[in-house]
Design a protein around this ligand. Sequence first.
Ligand code: KG4
Ligand code: ZN
Length: 338
Amino acid sequence: MLTLGIETSCDETALAVYDPNKGIVAEAVYSQIDLHAIYGGVVPELASRDHCQKILPLFESNILNTININDIKLIAYTAGPGLGGALLIGESFAQGLAAALNIPVIGVNHLEGHLQAPFLGKNKVQFPLLTLLVSGGHSMIIDVEGIGKYNILGESRDDAVGEAFDKVAKLLDLRYPGGPEIEKLAKNGIKGTHKFPIPLSDKDTYDMSFSGLKTSVLYALQDMSEPTDQDKADIALAFQDSATEALAIKVRKAMIKTKRKLLVCTGGVAANTVLRSKLIAISKEAEANILFPELKHCTDNAAMIAYTGYLRRDLASQSYKSLVRSRWPLKMLTEIHG
Ligand code: KG4
Ligand code: ZN
């Protein structure tokens, strides 16, 4: 039984096919980064149009060259959260194809997709575990007891950490998406030149906050009449240190409290090597294992959607009504399925 996964929630048009016996057997991602780069962020209308233009050619040339269309028995697509128009393109494609093939569809929560991404490979899932989900839209610490059993311990009260990386990158005249650019620039930074505060670090909560950190960067830049490349690298380093430390402080606290023996980090920011090394140190302190998705499955992809759709296949149907929701919090997971 092959499951086709479709992801169009933001600026990646992605398709993948999951085979329960072999894992991911076909996978393609078309990134719209160049289209949005000059605007410093994703322009929703441009994203929808581009998904519309790219999805069918991507399916024909990158998926149907590997698998037989009639072997697809289930279609899983991202139903939310994300950009409404962009999500509708994925849903329309999923439902049109499913109707033609007379097979069921399932609307998958994008965040649940990220949660499952580390288990796409040969990694055996050992529940319970603690997950740090860090992307452009979310920063969450989640105690995972099983599939669908997600207890959110803490989350950002304002900007997501990926969003903070993107906004600070813009302040430093770097390209979108900002995370990889800041990580690269920070390598030239001199440690200790700046020190930015870490909001909520001493508070008795697992919640985090990143908008103040971004404002501190803005003030540091305003204090310099014309920042040099070295100034920018020093700021990038200090920002990255504070942002990753803000996450590490709360994860350490949550590992101590929950005593979980597996720590998982997923989402686009999980690609950051400084964050990775801090989390590896925390897992050692807690005598726990640690797991990250493959780099290509940290950022948005359809493999995680195909796999999650397969896990949740009991909820699939042939009713083809629209399930798209631009806001779909993890804690309301059952609402759309049930
Ligand atoms: O998961 P993702 O692809 O999309 C969302 O669901 O949001 O995450 C994208 C986010 C962007 O904010 C991007 O700047 C950030 O992940 N990101 C990184 C790195 N690579 C991507 N942040 C920090 N360091 C990185 N190496
Ligand atoms: Zn994502």
